[in-house]
Every structure is written in C-alpha cells, then in structure tokens.
Ligand binder design. Structure first.
Ligand code: AMP
Ligand code: GLY
Length: 648
C-alpha cells in the first residue's frame, strides 16, 4: 500500500511540497493541513487545530510522514509533539529550530562554528541599541533586526544611523531583543540542504528577491520571486558550503543538544569578486518562494529524501541532490497593501482556468497561497496570493514563460515585480571567458572596458594567473572579477603536467566557455588544449601575439621587428595550438613603424593596436561561436587560414 503524507502549512511553498510529494511512486495520499482553497482538490485538506489533536488524527489515519512547511509551528515545537506520538516528521525539533527562530542564537552558533557572518551586537533594550548605533562605526550602513520570527519583515536595512534609530523605534515595541549588524554588499544566494545529525545533502542554490519593488527598492517582504540556478555561483561552491557552513553548523547544533534534522537553509550574501560570503541567516525549512523553483528542478523522489532525513539515515546518500539542467523562475503576485496591510477579498480573474492547466503540464503553472473561495470564484485572502512558475532551457525562457501566465491571470491592485531574473538571464546568456595573464593585465583592462562599453558581449568569469604576485590579480580584485592563481614556480618545468592538471581542475569550477590569453607567458601542452577543445574540434583558447605571424614568434616580438628593420609589423589574434604561436589565425592588423626610433616606441604603438583589436575580434569570434550554426563556415575559414584583416 502507498504511503500517506501530510504537509503542514497553507502557502505556495506547501502547494509545491504537496505536488512534489504526490509524484513519488511510494506516495498514495497527500493531505494538507490546513492548505488553502486554491490548491488542487486531490490534496485533501485538514484543519490543523492544536498540535495534540493534529497528532492524534495523524496516528488514527496511519500517516507515514509529516512534512512541516513553515517556521512558526517548528518554533512552537510541532515536531516534538508529533514525535511523542510515534510519528515520523520532516522538520527539526523546537530546540533545533531556534537556529531560525532566534537570530541571537543563530549568531552564537555561527560564531562558535566559525561560519562567516556579519559583525553584530545583541541589544536587550531600545536604549542599548541606540548606544550601539551611536557609539560604534558603521561605514557601510547597518541592519536592525528583531530577534524573533517576523516573516522576513522584522529586518530594516539602513543607509545610516538616523534610519537605524528610526528602525529601532519601530521594532522595539514588538521585540524586546534587537540585533544591530553591519550592512554587507553583494549578491544574495539561498542555499538549502537535507540534513540529519551531521550529514547533509545539498540542493542547488536559488535566488530570492526580497524587496517589494523593482530594482530592489521598497520594504523587505517574505519574497517576491525566485529563480534557480543562480548564474555566477562556481560549481565547487557546493562542496565548500558543505565543508564551511553546513557541517560545522550541524556539528555545533549537535554539540549543544539541538541535533538538526529536516531542511537547513543558509541565506548568504556573496561577494564573488573577493571569493567571499557571509551567512545572513539560517532557516529551518524550505524557502518560500525558493521551494517553488527548487522542487520542480529536483530530480528524484522528495518523499524518499524527506524520509531519510526524518529517520536520521542520510549518511550514504548522495552529498549533492541531483537536479535537472532546466531553469526555473517563479513570480509572486501580492495583494495591494502588502506587506503592511494586504487587502483581502479581491476577485482573481482567470484563477480556476489557470489551475486547470495543472493537469495538462508536467509542472504546475501556479502555486496557490492566500486564496479563498467566494461563490464560484477565488479571492485574495492575505499578502502573497499565489506564485506562477515558468521553466525552460534558460532563465530567459523560464522568465518569459512565468510572466506570460499573467496575460490571463490577474486581480485588481496586484503587486508584481517585473524584474525577477532580468539581470540573471542576461548574464546567463553571455559567453563566459577566463582571462589568463602573467603580468600587468593591460589587455584584460581593455577587454573589461569593451564589456563596460557594450562593445564586447561576454562576461569575465575569472582572471587566472600563474604568478602569485601578478599585478593583474590586484586589478581584477579592484574591478570585482573573481581571481584564481596556481603559482607555476611551485611546480617548475619538471612538473608542468601537474601544474596543468591543477589549472584544468580550477577552471572546471568557473566553467569558462573560452580561455583568453592576455599576456600569459606560458606554453601549454596538447593535453591542456584538448581539455578546452570544442566538440567540433577547435581549440577554445585564444591568444594575441604582437607580430604579423608567422613572423617573429616567441618572446619580445616588437623588439625583434624593430631590430630586423621591418617597416610594417602588426598583431595577430589566433587560436592556441601546440606549436608556439602557431594556431589558426583569426585576425591580424598591420601598422607602419618606419617613423619610430626605438623598440619601446614600437611596443607602445603595438599595445594600442592590441587593445583595440583584441576585444573586437573576441566579440566577433564569441558571437559566431555562440550562434553554433555558423561554426562550420568558420571552421573552413580557419582551416584554410583565411584571415580577416579588420579595419580600424
Ligand atoms: P534575514 O531575515 O536576516 O535574512 O534578513 C532579511 C533580508 O534582509 C536578507 O535577505 C537581506 O536582504 C537583508 N539583510 C539582512 N542582513 C543583512 C546584512 N547584514 N547586510 C545586508 N543586507 C542584509
Ligand atoms: N524566501 C525567504 C524565506 O523563505 O525565508
């Protein structure tokens, strides 16, 4: 006989949980307690009532697993009560749920576990908070947080001390304990893991959009939309999060007698350029709206994952939860007045028809939240009314599909962010280049400028150097570009193969589409080149050489040209193959040097040509590469060594 599962909660997240659980071959019935009126009728609704009464009903009905959606019941100890009746529960005990319910507890755990987090002070009165705000220095702004649960609304992000004092005045009457915290800059990432004891299996990251209005303006909310995957998160970060965040936190909780099981959610602020992150908060459950994008992308059986976590049997399960390659975007439709005073009772046009599409598609078009039935129709009944889902091969497509739902689904005064995933879909679509440089990186500077001026449609995913002290690394840091260094001197010529293997492994985590050499003073082997070869057979490594190849290969080409007394020299952009400066030439530009008196004058003129030519050729080359259909013509062009001479 199939299993019976109850999902506790009433929002869109719980709709997503119920939907995903219902797809398990092991599950026969999914109940929701209390659920909402907009959920499909296949999810039978129960009253939640008191935890005791609910537990008894679960026992009578032979429920196999209870999955807790929201934070409040966890903080109130629903898991402890259900377990005392012998039920299996996915969700932490009251004590372990403090990691979310008490921000000061969470900070304490983070400090003890050495998890990076923002500098903070706990204050037990408004007067105390005022002192901390006024007496300490907060150069980057500050954040005032109520200690307890507040549905994401107990947090005020402030530019200055004056705003912070106002926030204290607002929050103090509702929360005796406040946290004052330094404000961090970066990109937010929500990262979740199935956990039991000290074992954890990570999901893919998601991004949640917390502010009410476009461009991250307006007050904080529970979340106005979400997407997954998050462009820019290096693949190796999953393992890093496990090692540096989840495992130490789980161990610390265990040490305190607060052993965690269920879903642990780390809300991160990430500075990709500095390769740093901080944990802003932990939650003890799935994010809402993150669940609405994660669960549709998750492969495999949610029921089995929840059961293994609940039973403390995660050891031996994959450490990374398998996900599909697809992208998902969800948009929240909120009632007018949200988050302060949402209006209820507004008729939702098109709701029933949209819900019916559910049975025709692999993923639900919408997840219902604060929705009530009113006669034949559905009306709003709270803040976040429902969220819609779009999925596709890219964030761009997923986003278009998500927004398209609103063509026949809306209500009066509906609040909607229009920019969910806008920036991310643009960056996901751009070719990713890794710059390889050993020196100053003036070529990198020129490439960056071209990107800023929209002359080169690409993103630099990393700057790599084979020298620890290469100034290009400093430049990259200043420009906010991630850096990576494998110091060649530690390997030496005899261990070149090992050096190359390391570089290849590092690059795998940044996932560049192309390697762009800009003053990279190292010959690479065939093995290295093959690691970046396209399926069609070309090298995906581009180099710029300061001569008209095949003249003057090797080092000091400008000086060689000058000494030979040539009247015209130039620069060549070519693909890197094994023979030195010998790969197929993509473009060349010649210039007259007959008027120049020294080799360094030649170099100066050459550099200005390089800085103009390289971004231009890269743009052309990357675009053609990306419109894959033209590849064969490019291939024959390259094979025939027909080169394009670009005009100024
Ligand atoms: P929390 O409930 O602690 O996650 O805070 C809710 C939201 O407030 C976060 O998702 C961030 O958008 C913002 N926030 C919290 N702490 C900070 C911080 N130290 N610096 C900048 N923004 C923050
Ligand atoms: N979306 C943020 C949260 O669920 O806390």
């Amino acid at each position: 006989m199939g299993a019976k599962v109850v999902v506790v909660g009433a929002g869109a997240r719980e709709h997503a949980l119920a939907w995903k659980l219902s797809r398990s071959p092991h599950v026969a019935h999914v109940f929701v307690a209390p659920g909402n009126a907009g959920m499909p009728v296949c999810f039978e609704r129960w009253d939640l009532g008191s935890f005791e009464a609910f537990a008894k009903r679960c026992v009578v009905e032979h429920i196999d697993l209870v999955v807790i959606g929201p934070d409040n019941p966890l903080a109130e100890g629903i898991t402890d009560i259900l377990e005392s009746h012998g039920l299996l529960v996915f969700g932490p005990s009251r004590k372990a749920a403090q990691i979310e319910a008490s921000k000061s507890f969470a900070k304490d755990v983070m400090e003890a576990a050495r998890v990076p987090t923002a500098r903070f002070k706990v204050c037990d009165s408004a007067a105390d908070a005022k002192k901390v705000i006024e007496n300490e220095s907060w150069p980057n702004g500050l954040v005032v947080k109520a200690d307890g649960l507040a549905f994401g609304k107990g947090v005020h992000v402030c530019d200055n001390e004056e705003q912070a004092l106002k926030a204290v005045a607002e929050l103090a009457p509702h929360s005796p304990r406040l946290l004052i915290e330094e404000r961090l800059a970066g990109e937010e990432v929500s990262w979740m893991a199935f956990c039991s004891g000290v074992d954890c299996s990570l999901l893919e990251p998601a991004r949640d959009f917390k502010r009410l209005l476009d461009q991250d303006e307006g007050p904080n909310t529970g979340g106005m939309g979400a997407l997954s995957p998050v462009p820019g998160v290096p693949a190796h970060w999953a393992e890093r999060m496990q090692r540096e965040v989840f495992e130490p936190t789980l161990r610390e909780l265990q040490k305190r007698g607060c052993e965690f099981k269920g879903l642990l959610y780390a809300g991160l602020m990430v500075d990709f350029a500095q390769d740093r992150y901080w944990v802003l908060e932990f939650n003890a459950r799935f994010g809402d709206p993150e669940a609405q994008v994660l669960l549709p992308r998750m492969k495999g059986d949610l029921y089995e994952w929840c059961r293994a976590s609940a039973k403390g049997e995660l050891a031996g399960w994959p450490r990374i939860v398998p996900f599909s390659e697809e992208s998902a975007v969800t948009i929240v439709a909120a009632a007018p007045g949200y988050p302060q005073a949402p209006q209820s009772g507004i008729l939702i046009e098109g709701f029933a028809a949209k819900s019916r599409e559910d049975t025709m598609s692999a993923v639900p078009p919408l997840f219902s939240a604060a929705v009530k039935k009113d006669g034949d129709g559905f009306v709003s009944a709270g803040g976040r009314v429902f969220s819609v889902l779009g999925m596709g091969p890219s964030l761009k497509v997923a986003r278009e599909k998500a927004y398209a739902h609103f063509s026949d689904l809306s209500f009066k005064g509906m609040q909607l962010r229009r920019d969910i995933g806008e920036k991310e879909s643009r960056s996901q679509a751009l070719p990713r280049i890794a710059i390889f440089a050993s020196g100053r990186g003036s070529g990198f500077g020129a490439i960056l400028n071209a990107i800023k001026n929209k002359e080169l449609a690409a993103q630099v995913c990393v700057v790599f150097s084979d020298k620890n002290d290469a100034p290009v690394l400093e430049l990259a840091k200043r420009e906010g570009v991630p850096i990576c260094c494998v110091d060649f001197s530690k390997f030496g010529r005899a261990r070149r193969a090992e050096f190359e293997e390391r570089v290849i492994a590092e690059m795998r985590t940044f996932q560049p589409d192309f390697l762009v050499f800009a003053g990279f003073m190292r010959l690479v082997s065939r093995f290295f080149i093959d690691a970046f070869r396209s399926p069609k057979g070309y090298s995906r490594i581009v180099n710029i050489h300061p001569s008209l190849l095949p003249s003057f290969p090797g080092r000091d080409s400008y000086a060689q040209a000058f000494e030979h007394g040539v009247k015209i020299t130039g620069v060549s952009v070519h693909l890197v193959e094994e023979e030195m400066d010998g790969g197929p030439i993509l473009a060349q530009e010649a210039f007259d040097i007959s008027d120049l008196r020294t080799a360094s004058e030649v170099e100066k003129r050459g550099l200005s040509v390089e800085h103009r030519l390289y971004p231009k050729v890269l743009n052309w080359f990357l675009q053609e590469q990306f419109q894959v259909e033209t590849l064969s013509s490019l291939a024959s062009e390259i094979a025939g060594r027909r080169t394009r001479v670009l005009q100024n």
